[in-house]
Design a protein around this ligand. Structure first.
Ligand code: URA
Length: 485
């Protein structure tokens, strides 16, 4: 028997190194027992040399690229198979790489379930960590937060906070380990117990924010509890408001209805929109259909982009469980035509789809942001990337498009689209060609934006980028075929 003891922190790296050594020796999974230091198990660890002689060494272990992100997440799972299952699968993959595509395989299904649960936990941590200010020195403010995750996700998730809150010093304490970010350096160390945290002004801020974004007309208690599970409420300052807000929701809706402005007649509205009068009252009504959403979006003033754009460019195409493509925002030609991906980037997109055998007519094509953002330069309108606030404001429409079409698979074309559906727009090249999950659990295929092909530079570089993008579309076509089987 081989007994492997991993450290409490840095376990993923240690597992990788041990797994590689074991694979090289050819140690079959059933002879390996894994555990974390200090967590019980057999007293006598180490490799049994007598046994080792019986194994067939693997000269060059092969690790499929798609396996690593799944395994790295599964290692953080709190279940008993967190280390043994990835190793078992890795060992099996040496003989047959195609196992990973077989979702009915028990090990693959279990690994994916573990990955999903860890990913969700990480999403929840990003959403529900609440910092409290504890003073500070110089111009760096200092904050502390307490969070109780389901899995061992602190090491995995802390870098997100380091990027997001780079200008302050902070500590996130979880049962067993704490992440400390001091003067731009992140460190993780073991710790016990919950820190003393003052009930400070930041809590009031959260409560005010929550009160303001709470829309009683959209209240769905079940959906809210699934988005913000009750187990997190005790550490969320704003959660104290929830019972009160739910109780008052019906009355508030009545008051909102009574206070609604009188709307212009549809005829007056048509005339006003034709003459460019865009400050239509935003309807409070949540649309019941995609068509209704599209029609409301025509008068969208959720961010400032409507002021200079010609019109809202809403999504179009197949609306029943489609393959959904999401771009960044309409370009110059899309802004004039009122349809997504009809300009130069659209041509690259169409050609790649055709070569990969994907029928655009059977897809729903849309953008993360529905108005063209540009900078006038002479007679030209130069594309400007939308900022996060604009993407978030426009997510209202994207969420409605997703809600009404229920896509079976989403394709994020570029960083803005990836950010809009996964909350993470970083490192698009590293994530390219991979399947991730959106916050509502729809698979998301990540690739580059087709306009990046046009910006590649020399004709050779453009040809290369075009071929790589087409290859992504072929991978997508295979993923689609997998979904069907
Ligand atoms: N770029 C996009 O992201 N979307 C379009 O519709 C056109 C260009």
């Amino acid at each position: 028997m081989v007994s492997v003891i991993l450290p409490k922190l840095g376990f993923a790296e240690a597992w990788r190194s041990e797994a590689r050594t074991l694979l090289l020796k050819g140690a079959p999974p059933e002879v390996v027992s894994w555990r974390v230091e200090g967590e019980g198990g057999d007293l006598f660890g180490g490799f049994d040399m007598a046994d080792e002689a019986r194994y067939t060494p693997i000269q060059e272990p092969r690790i499929p690229a798609a396996f690593l992100p799944l395994a790295e997440a599964a290692l953080c799972h709190s279940g008993p198979e967190r280390f043994s299952l990835p190793y078992r699968l890795l060992f099996r993959l040496q003989a047959d790489r195609s196992i990973l595509q077989d979702r009915s395989d028990r090990d693959v299904a279990a690994l994916m379930a573990m990955e999903k649960s860890v990913r969700r936990d990480s999403h929840k941590m990003k959403a529900f960590v609440r910092f409290r200010e504890v003073g500070g020195e110089g111009d760096r403010r200092r904050f502390v937060a307490w969070f109780e995750p389901d899995h061992f996700i602190l090491e995995r998730t802390a870098p997100f906070f380091a990027r997001r809150f780079a200008d302050m010093d902070w500590m996130i304490v979880t049962p067993g380990a704490a992440a400390l970010f001091l003067d731009g350096a992140l460190s993780i160390s073991p710790c016990e117990g919950r820190p003393d945290m003052p009930d400070d002004a930041a809590d009031d801020l959260w409560r005010t924010y929550y009160r303001n974004i709470f829309n009683p007309a959209r209240l769905k208690v079940k959906a809210m509890k699934s988005e913000m599970p009750v187990k997190y409420w005790k550490n969320l300052p704003e959660a104290r408001l929830i019972p009160e807000l739910i109780a008052g929701a019906e009355r508030q809706v009545q008051e909102m209805r009574a206070a609604m402005p009188t709307l212009p007649s549809p005829r007056a509205e048509r005339i006003l929109s034709r003459v460019g009068q865009v400050d239509m009252p935003d309807r409070e009504k949540v649309p019941d259909t995609l068509e209704e959403a599209k029609s409301q979006a025509r008068h969208c003033t959720r961010c400032g982009l409507y002021c200079n754009a010609t019109q809202t460019v809403f999504g179009e195409g197949e609306t029943k469980n489609p393959l959904m493509f999401i771009g960044e925002q309409p370009g110059d030609q899309e802004d004039l035509a009122g349809r997504p991906f009809v300009g130069p980037a659209g041509k690259v997109f169409n050609a790649a789809l055709e070569e990969a055998g994907i029928d655009r007519r059977q897809a729903y094509v849309t953008n993360a942001v529905k108005h063209f953002k540009f900078e006038p330069r002479g007679k030209r309108r130069i594309h400007k990337r939308p900022d996060k606030g604009e993407v978030i404001a426009c997510r209202w429409w994207l969420d409605l498009e997703k809600q009404f079409t229920r896509p079976k698979l989403i394709v994020a074309l570029g960083a803005t689209a990836a950010y809009a559906v996964t909350g993470d727009g970083d490192g698009i090249l590293k994530r390219r060609g991979m399947l991730e999950m959106s916050e509502d659990d729809t698979p998301v295929f990540i690739t580059i934006h087709p306009s990046a092909v046009l910006r590649a530079g020399s004709p050779e570089a453009v040809a290369e980028a075009r071929a790589a993008f087409t290859e992504d579309m072929r991978t997508l076509a295979r993923a689609l075929a997998d979904l069907k089987t």
